[in-house]
Structures are given as structure tokens and as C-alpha cells.
Design a protein around this ligand. Structure first.
Ligand code: IYR
Length: 328
């Protein structure tokens, strides 16, 4: 796979196409980053951007993982001490999950975000940014109901991180896109280049297919799940025999989370997917790409229960190394 395909595969959006093409021409020495608020445990949402980082390592990028401790604090995720401890554990888990440690720079936000220069630049950006713009940028990231002053400072700091970590490419889930757009609009005011961005899709809630899978509500899969937990959650998952389920009676959009996980988690990490079936049910099915698995589910050749059984097995292979780190 060439650099352009590695950068863009499974992305929901790239900003801009031309900028990505330019980066793909010579990725060596270019820097890409994702930031994570250390809170809770690594879950499947984190793993989606981690898969993109693994793609980018393969394309030759230098990878920076920001353990955004100050951001987690600003977003009300606990005491600074607790957040720091979670950051250490998160780093171990990312490495266990497959990020090559020798090619990855792990940075704590607090290592540079309290420096005089950073704080003064932050104030310069605060002068350029209206409160309503900051609030809009945070709409899909903030925890709790009301927007605090801390949460308005948060996206401006995230924009500035791009400058201080000297990155060419910012990666994030689709919920980060408004922060990245804010960065693209405001960084030129302090004489910085606008970052190129790649946004990964959001996986729907496992049990309903509605909204976005999150560790704070609904059913999500985490690095702490035992093989039995995974099996139970996947078996109970929403999986109609189609990639485009009908909206609910209330008009809420739905996705097929089982297919999404095959597409965004399993196929990027395994060359071939085998769905084991006893001979009397037609024997094993083998897939080299996501599209043929989707087609078989839609045609009825692949039963949702067999798809779920295979999914649970592959997910466990991805999750096991991180789980062992936690239990060690
Ligand atoms: N907003 C992210 C955390 C984060 C990401 C980046 I990229 C930063 O520079 C800083 C923080 C989240 O929602 O987890």
C-alpha cells in the first residue's frame, strides 16, 4: 500500500486532499500526532486512531502521542495526580497494542503547556477566538452539561499543541474536527501553518447502533474486557443483516457496529478473516477484504451469529496484550 493509501484508508474525512497528497509524496521525517485525555481505560475508540498511527508509522511518519493531562484536568476528569497515573498506564497499553515504541514519542501535555512561551501564545490565541467559537468547537468533547471557562480554553490549547509539538498532520476522531478547524483558522494569526487533518470514523453504540460508542454510556469494548466479556457484549450487539439499517421509529440514525468493527479494526490488522462454521452449516468462510464479508452478511450467506463469533475471537487477539499489561 502506498503512503497516500496508508494515510487515507478508513478515514471519514481529510483536510485537505491536496495537502495530504503533498505529505504523501515525502512522508519521511514528517510528524503526525494524536492527543488523548488520560481517563478511564483504553477503549475501542482510542484504538481506531491508534490503528491510523500504525498505518502512518508504516508510511514513514514520526509519531507523537500526546498524553493530554492538562486537557483532561480542564475537562473535569479528576485530580491531576489521578490523571498522571492514568497517563502512565495508557502509554503502556498503547505499546502493548502495537505502536512501535522506538518510532513513537510520548509527550505529557504538562511537560510544555505551563512554559512561559506557551502561555503567552495561548493568550494571543484567546484574543483571536470568540467564546461562542470555542464553545462550538467543544460541543462533542466536553463532559457535563454546562461549558466552563476551562472548557473554552481547552480547544485553543489543542490548537497550540500543533505548533509546540511541531506536527504536520493532526489525527483525531470526527468529534475533533471543529477543534481542528479552529486551529486551521487561528494559527495563521500567530504566523503558523494550518495543520493538515485526518479524521477517523466514530463507531456506533454496540447494543443499539445509535450514536457513538463511549465508555461513559451504553456498551463499549475496553482493553480491560476478558474474553468472556467480549463474547457476551458482541453476542448482544445490534447486527441486522445489512450495512445500512433503517432508522429507529423515532427517526434516529443507526449503523451496524459489528460491520464497523470488522471494517475499521479487524481488516486493517489481519490479512485474512476466517469465520469458523461446522461442516453441516457450510464449513468455514474466508475473507481477504471487508467488502466481501459485508456482501455475504447482506446476502444471507453469512449469519450474524457466525459473524459475531468470529468478531469476538479477533477482537480478543487485539485486546489481549493490553489486558495483560493491566493485570500484570
Ligand atoms: N481533545 C482530545 C484530547 C486532545 C487531543 C489533542 I490532538 C490535543 O492536542 C490535546 C488534547 C480528546 O477529546 O480526547
Amino acid at each position: 500500500m502506498d503512503a497516500y493509501d496508508l494515510i487515507t484508508r478508513n478515514a471519514s474525512e481529510v483536510v485537505t486532499e491536496d495537502e495530504v497528497r503533498a505529505l504523501a509524496e515525502d512522508p519521511d521525517g514528517k510528524r503526525a500526532y494524536v492527543g488523548y485525555e488520560p481517563s478511564g481505560v483504553l477503549h475501542i475508540g482510542h484504538m481506531l486512531t491508534a490503528n491510523k498511527l500504525i498505518d502512518l508509522q508504516e508510511a514513514g511518519f514520526e509519531i507523537v502521542v500526546l498524553l493530554a493531562d492538562v486537557h483532561a484536568y480542564l475537562n473535569g476528569k479528576g485530580t491531576f495526580e489521578e490523571i498522571r497515573q492514568t497517563a502512565d498506564r495508557m502509554k503502556e497499553q498503547f505499546i502493548a497494542y502495537g505502536l512501535d515504541e522506538s518510532q513513537t514519542e510520548f509527550v505529557l501535555g504538562s511537560d510544555y503547556q505551563m512554559d512561559d512561551d506557551y502561555v503567552l501564545d495561548l493568550h494571543a490565541l484567546e484574543l483571536q477566538t470568540t467564546l461562542s467559537r470555542a464553545e462550538r468547537a467543544m460541543a462533542e468533547i466536553k463532559s457535563g452539561e454546562s461549558v466552563t471557562v476551562a472548557q473554552a480554553v481547552y480547544p485553543i490549547m489543542q490548537a497550540l499543541d500543533i505548533v509546540y509539538l511541531d506536527v504536520d498532520l493532526a489525527i483525531g476522531g470526527m468529534e475533533q474536527r471543529k477543534v481542528h478547524m479552529l486551529a486551521r483558522d487561528t494559527l495563521p494569526s500567530i504566523d503558523e501553518d494550518a495543520p493538515t487533518c485526518v479524521h477517523t470514523p466514530l463507531i456506533a453504540d454496540l447494543s443499539t447502533g445509535i450514536g457513538k460508542m463511549s465508555s461513559s454510556s451504553g456498551v463499549s469494548l475496553s482493553m480491560e474486557d476478558s474474553p468472556e466479556d467480549i463474547e457476551e457484549k458482541v453476542n448482544d450487539a445490534f447486527c441486522p443483516p445489512t450495512a445500512n439499517p433503517e432508522p429507529t421509529d423515532e427517526g434516529e440514525e443507526r449503523e451496524n457496529p459489528v460491520l464497523q468493527i470488522f471494517e475499521y479494526h479487524i481488516f486493517p490488522r489481519f490479512e485474512r478473516v476466517v469465520v469458523e462454521r461446522p461442516d453441516e452449516y457450510g464449513g468455514n468462510l474466508e475473507y481477504d477484504d471487508y467488502e466481501s464479508l459485508e456482501a455475504d452478511l447482506e446476502s444471507g450467506e453469512l449469519h450474524p451469529l457466525d459473524a459475531k463469533g468470529a468478531l469476538a475471537g479477533y477482537l480478543d487477539e487485539l485486546i489481549a496484550p493490553g489486558r495483560e499489561k493491566i493485570n500484570a
